[in-house]
Design a protein around this ligand. Structure first.
Ligand code: PGA
Length: 249
């Protein structure tokens, strides 16, 4: 049995006070049966790490740079993220790919550097609406996954996890149906199984894209959906905790 994980990606929202209060509220209500990880903006990482101290709630960064160190003004490395007490990092989020030009190869390097720094990467994969409508959803997702598998192998992949996030469902209020999500999650798990059957059974595949308290249950009932990467709804402690509790059931 895979232990469910619910991640809250706060993106570029809030201020320091709100971040700390939100983290405290999540800690106060987080169920034991679920892994809960919060992803504040970089500048709030340390404070949120302090706020969740001595609880089971963990903290991660929304991205890292694809090099270990150097003259990269404005960038933050995986080891820096580890150093302030974070345990996870999101790599390849569709907003990073679309707005900041992250490539499959760059994302694979970020994934590998996170492993080197001993933090767990969450690899985001997902197709745009055009790609889905032209019948290319599967090939896009598998290409994004393969870039990482090529670099770190199935053993490396297992130290992190995957989040399937159809781009057309992110922040749009239009979620994939449980069937659409399950179909892609099974495709992802099959692709991992072709490399390593045991890893494919153990690795967690989260769903992301307009997950809310009222659609989470149907998604979590699907056999290959092991949790959620939540954006908008993670900014509200009550709603986020509802999703966590649903995952625990
Ligand atoms: P959303 O974002 O829940 O607001 O759709 C999900 C994500 O971007 O990870």
């Amino acid at each position: 049995m895979r232990r469910p994980l619910v991640a809250g990606n706060w993106k570029m929202h809030g201020d320091l006070k709100r971040a700390v209060n939100l983290a405290r509220a999540v800690c106060a209500g987080a169920p034991d049966a679920v892994d809960v990880v919060l992803f504040p903006p970089y500048v709030h990482l340390q404070s949120v790490v302090d706020a969740v101290d001595a609880t089971s709630v963990e903290v991660g960064a929304q991205d890292v740079h694809s090099a270990t160190e150097g003259a990269f003004t404005g960038a933050v490395s995986a080891s820096m993220v580890k150093d302030v007490g974070a345990s996870h990092v999101i790599v390849g989020h569709s907003e990073r790919r679309a707005i900041f030009g992250d490539t499959d190869d760059g994302v694979a390097r970020k994934f590998a550097l996170a492993l080197d720094a001993a933090i767990a990467p969450i690899l985001c994969v997902g197709e745009t609406l055009t790609q889905r409508e032209s019948g290319n959803a599967e090939s896009v997702v598998l290409r994004q996954l393969d870039a990482v598998l090529e670099r770190v192998g199935a053993e490396g992949l297992e130290a992190g996890m995957i989040a399937y996030e159809p781009v057309w469902a992110i922040g749009t209020g239009r979620t994939a149906t449980p069937q659409q999500a399950q179909e892609m999650h099974a495709i992802i798990r099959d692709a991992v199984a072709r490399r390593d059957e045991a890893v494919s059974q153990r690795i967690r595949v989260l769903y992301g894209g307009s997950v809310k308290a009222d659609n989470a249950r149907a998604l979590f009932q699907e056999p290959d959906i092991d949790g959620a990467l939540v954006g908008g709804a993670s900014l509200n402690a009550e709603e986020f905790l509802e999703i966590c509790k649903t995952a625990a059931d």
